[in-house]
Design a protein around this ligand. Structure first.
Ligand code: IPT
Length: 1000
């Protein structure tokens, strides 16, 4: 039975006390009270902005939303990694359909703040729209606005401008806190309008800081956390707050810092990225306990993993270095990994579970941290091109289970069981007496073994190598009781006259289900594969999984009784089954690749969604339904034996539109800045002598760090006026600091002096250091030295040294050491064999793009002049044909246009592929319709395919592609092959709005 909100409030004494139930650390808070008071019952209905007030409390088992138990089954998605707001709805709807009830998001400070005091939430940065879309989709939101977020983004989310400010970040430094408060004020002004507690939206939980272990042991840490807590509360945020401890450390448990007297509204969470090659760790009820015991470090709050690895990020470099490509992350953390690790988490009582990432997306522009390349696919269940991968199956099966079978929200550890060859966890629900067993195989061979259940049954089952299985006994299947099933329940629901229960497993397995039936039922196999036998008060059903799709067995006894429809599915089949509640009753849809919406209007079931291949359609629903529409079109149906509506013909799949070849290129070289006579008089004079950077300013020389002059992202140019006799000059030393993959090129009096690049890091070094190096460029080859010089040349005492630095991004600051403040750009310049005087000017990106944001472009000549923008007139450029094999050092641009005409109602996902001989040292910045969609480094990799998000990509219209090619002069350079590729296609999709892309 579920308590109504009114009953719950009466029990609790007042609505407000809903928060304090179970006591998350307030002195005297009654720990077990709520556990006794809140029995097992249906989960709350999915959230939407319903205008009602709601309470969000907890006990040690789970969150309590309006007094109902909620298992949070969440996936991480970063709106800033999907720069096309209409696609947010696409991914959110995919998550909802596949069993998630929550989305967790970071909000990146740097993405929204081009300058101190300026906060931009427009266009692709529209947080309000994202939160509205999440609530419309029926997903709760876990909001994580930092101020520090890590997340493999530039400076861990700190704005570029913050790298040049005084005061230690992630501390109580007043300058830093002043900036932080401004940011939180801006974010909270929006979030306040979307809190679930007010019925204004679906924001459920709110995280402060991120994996903060900087000052745990000294007063600074607690004071900083306290400041953030109180600031967020002062801004009107009243949902529970939490932090994600970097590991199972017990940092920031309730009571560890001052919350201004407020108790019960703080949750303890910890992150977990365990190695997929080791047995899954017990981080909760089966763990070792004590402060170091993960969830058990905070026994009064529910087990909460704000981030649990769902894949992993991939570093720059080919396989010989660290970067292996995201196929490898998806292979090492595959569907079986998810079952093993996430079922272990559930067994350990972790009922708030967020998978980082569920959709990784694209770290476009200059947003990626130096450790990662453009794609942040992460090997996630939904890939960067928005395709659902086979990794969605365990998420779908567990997600629907946790929302539809309430027994799982309140499990206690039960008597240990031993199952030979397997790790066994045994849990029970104290209210329903259902028993849950997680049986895990950590070995490399399949194990067949016997489980003796609490009811005394011997259940033989097989667990594949490196996999796990969930077995449940004593579960109510509507009006009947399950004795056991070797396959995992995915849902139990009531559709019309029928109780419906679905069981899932791996393809080819035989499911064995035993149902308690005191009197002999009338059983019908609706599909030939199933078999059944009635024996001594129980019905045995066996069904091979996946043979011919879904297997249906109907169990009834007498006309008046509620029939039970048993469904059996393998993973692929389960992904085509979508339960959905509507105000008229529950609808179950079988067939399409995706169900987006279900509505019952009179006798009509109106469905929208996606098909990929041709597919059948079957719909169970409330009594009285007689017809079905799919994406607005009527579907001819017949009525089946289980009273479902079955389409008479398959619905069509999606066409696979072939993108056009890219031709008609135009080409132009740039870097006029290298010429001695270039007019740099409008550039910024670099003459500062002090800096807040952590990099030391060289004695007696000016600060050359780009951030100190307001240039925070992308390439930066320097021009030094060098005065003095250079006749004995041997070399120029250029010290610079960039992050991995940085490089520089230098010219003296317009002549190429040479280039230098940071070494390609390997998997071990990728996260270390600031990537600083000194380029020692010999002048021996220069005209200045080689030729017999005239008297005039000898006496010329003024020279120009031009340097282009491809600065990668700022380091993150995971250790709270201000590592984001390491300099970027040139750090020091010296001359061997001569001692001229040098004075400097610097130029980076001009005013930030007001639509595409400050991280869209850097300071290349072409970027400053708008060569990347769709409206730029390139008619005067020379025509060019790819592939190319050019020589020399510098910057060359290529532009072309192409037209797509994808039919309305087709969601085509398109990528740009670049390929060339990997020995060629060049890199390409990719601009689509002016948007900087990534960096390709031909001789580093591993990324060759760049997702072009629809919306920025005009799928029905003209597009402009611009490529800025940097070649370091050490080899021939391209581009080589540049082509478009279809990465996915579905019939259906979401309405697509074009992302504003100003032409000039
Ligand atoms: C954890 C961070 O919280 C998250 O922002 C992201 O960086 C993630 O790791 C890795 O992708 S940090 C944890 C691995 C110590």
């Amino acid at each position: 039975m579920a308590l109504s909100r009114r009953t719950f409030s009466a029990l609790a004494g007042s609505t407000a006390l809903g928060f304090a139930l179970g006591g998350s650390g307030g002195p005297g808070a009654p720990a077990a009270y709520a556990a006794r008071s809140v029995p097992t019952g249906p989960a709350p209905a999915p959230p939407h902005a319903d205008g009602q007030r709601h309470t969000i409390g907890h006990d040690h088992h789970s969150l309590l939303v309006d007094g109902r138990r909620l298992v949070v089954w969440s996936g991480e998605l970063h709106p800033f990694r999907l720069p096309s707001p209409s696609l947010w709805r696409d991914v959110l709807e995919k998550m909802r359909a596949h069993g998630y009830n929550t989305v967790s998001i970071y909000v990146a400070w740097n993405y929204h703040s081009p300058a101190p005091g300026r906060y931009d939430f427009t266009g692709v940065r529209d947080l309000d729209l994202f939160l509205r879309t999440a609530a419309e989709t029926g997903l709760y939101v876990i909001l994580r606005p930092g101020p520090y977020i890590n997340a493999e983004v530039d400076a861990g989310g700190f704005p570029g401008w913050l790298t040049a400010t005084e005061g230690a970040a992630r501390s109580t430094d007043p300058t830093y806190l002043g900036h932080v408060d401004e940011w939180l004020t801006a974010v909270n002004g929006i979030v306040r309008r979307h809190q679930y507690t007010d019925g204004a939206g679906s924001v459920l939980l709110y995280q402060i800081e991120n994996e903060y272990d900087g000052h745990v042991a000294d007063p600074t840490g607690p004071a900083y956390m306290s400041h953030l807590y109180r600031k967020v509360r002062a801004d009107g945020i009243d949902v529970p707050l939490f932090h994600n401890d970097k590991g199972r450390n017990g940092y920031w448990i309730p009571g560890s810092f001052d919350t201004g007297g407020e108790t019960g509204k703080w949750l303890y969470g910890f992150d977990g990225y365990p190695s997929p090659s080791q047995p899954p760790p017990d981080w909760g009820d089966f763990g070792i306990g004590g402060l170091k015991g993960g969830a058990t470090a905070s026994p009064r709050t529910p087990g909460f993993v704000p981030e649990f690895g769902g894949g992993w990020f991939d570093p720059w470099g080919g396989v010989e270095f660290g970067g292996k490509g995201y196929a490898e992350s998806r292979r090492t953390r595959d569907a079986a990994y998810e079952r093993r690790f996430y079922l272990t988490n559930l067994a350990n009582g972790l009922t708030l579970h967020n998978v980082y990432m569920t959709f990784g997306g694209t770290t476009w522009g200059w947003l990626p941290a130096p450790v990662v390349y453009t794609s942040y696919d992460y090997g996630a269940a939904i890939d960067e091109a928005r395709n659902v991968t086979p990794k969605i199956a365990p998420m779908h099966q567990l997600g629907h289970l946790l929302q539809r079978v309430p027994d799982f929200a309140k499990l206690d550890r039960a008597a240990d069981v031993h199952v030979t060859g397997l790790k066994a966890y045994h849990l029970t629900n104290p209210d329903t007496q259902a028993h849950v067993y997680v049986l895990r195989n950590d070995g490399a061979d399949e194990v067949t073994s016997t489980l003796r259940t609490a009811a005394g049954d011997d259940v033989e089952l097989t667990v594949p190598a490196h996999d796990a299985r969930l077995v449940t006994t004593g579960l109510s299947l509507g009006k009947r009781k399950l004795r056991y099933c070797t396959a995992q329940p995915m849902f139990v629901l009531t559709a019309g006259r029928y109780d419906v229960a679905l069981f899932t497993g791996r393809y080819g397995e035989m499911a064995h289900l035993v149902l308690e039936c005191p009197s002999e039922p009338f059983v019908q196999r609706l599909d030939a594969e199933a078999a059944w036998v009635y024996d001594q008060d129980v019905l045995h059903v066996t069904a091979p999984l996946g043979q011919g799709g879904l297997t249906r067995v109907l169990v009834q006894r007498g006309e008046s009784d509620t029939p039970l429809l048993l469904l059996f599915a393998d993973d692929a089949t389960s992904l085509r089954l979508f339960p959905r509640d509507t105000p008229s009753g529950t609808v179950l849809v079988y067939g399409p690749a995706l169900l987006r919406h279900a509505k019952v209007s009179g006798s009509v079931v109106q469905l929208t969604g996606d098909t990929v291949g041709p597919t059948g359609l079957e719909v169970w629903g409330p009594r009285g339904i007689t017809s079905v529409t799919w994406n607005g079109q009527p579907v001819q149906t017949r009525v089946s034996l289980s009273e479902s509506l079955v389409a008479l013909a398959d619905m069509p799949g999606a066409p696979r539109p072939a993108p056009p070849a890219l031709t008609g290129w135009r080409r132009k070289t740039e870097n006029p800045e290298s010429a001695a006579g270039f007019d740099d008089s409008a550039w910024t004079v670099a003459d500062k002598v002090t800096s807040f950077s952590t990099t030391a300013v060289p004695a007696d020389r000016p600060v050359l760090f780009a951030d100190d002059y307001g240039f925070h992202y992308g390439d930066v140019w320097y021009r030094g006026r060098v005065e003095g006799d250079l006749s004995d000059l041997e070399s120029v030393s250029l010290s610079y600091s960039t992050g991995t993959q940085g490089m520089l090129m230098a010219w003296l009096d317009g002549e190429p002096l040479g280039s230098h690049r940071m070494p390609v890091p390997d998997a071990k070094t990728v996260r270390k250091g600031t990537w600083a190096a000194t380029a020692e460029l010999s002048v021996a080859e220069l005209h200045l030295k080689k030729q017999a010089r005239t008297q005039t040349e000898r006496e010329r005492r003024s020279h120009v040294l031009s340097v282009l630095v491809r600065r990668m991004q700022h380091d993150m600051d995971g250790g709270s050491l201000d590592t984001h403040k390491a300099a970027r750009g040139l750090t020091a310049v010296s001359f061997k064999g001569a001692s001229p005087k040098a004075s400097w000017r610097i130029q980076g990106a001009t005013a930030p793009d007001p639509v595409r944001g400050p991280m869209n472009n850097g300071g290349l000549y072409g970027e400053r002049k708008g060569w990347h923008l769709p409206g730029f007139a390139d008619g005067g450029w020379e025509t060019a044909v790819l592939p190319r094999a050019d020589q020399g050092m510098g910057v060359t641009w290529y532009r072309t246009g192409f037209r797509l005409s994808v039919s309305a109602g087709v969601d085509a996902s398109v990528g740009l592929v670049l390929e060339d001989d990997p020995a060629r040292a060049y890199r390409v910045q990719i601009f689509l319709n002016g948007w900087n969609l990534g960096q390709y480094v031909n001789d580093v990799g591993p990324q060759h395919t760049f997702v072009l998000p629809s919306g920025i990509l005009r799928t029905r219209g003209e597009n402009t592609l611009a490529l800025a090619v940097l070649s370091d002069g050490t080899s021939e350079f391209g581009p080589g092959v540049v082509r478009l590729e279809l990465l996915g296609s579905a019939a259906g999709g979401v309405p697509l709005a074009s992302v504003d892309s100003p032409g000039r």
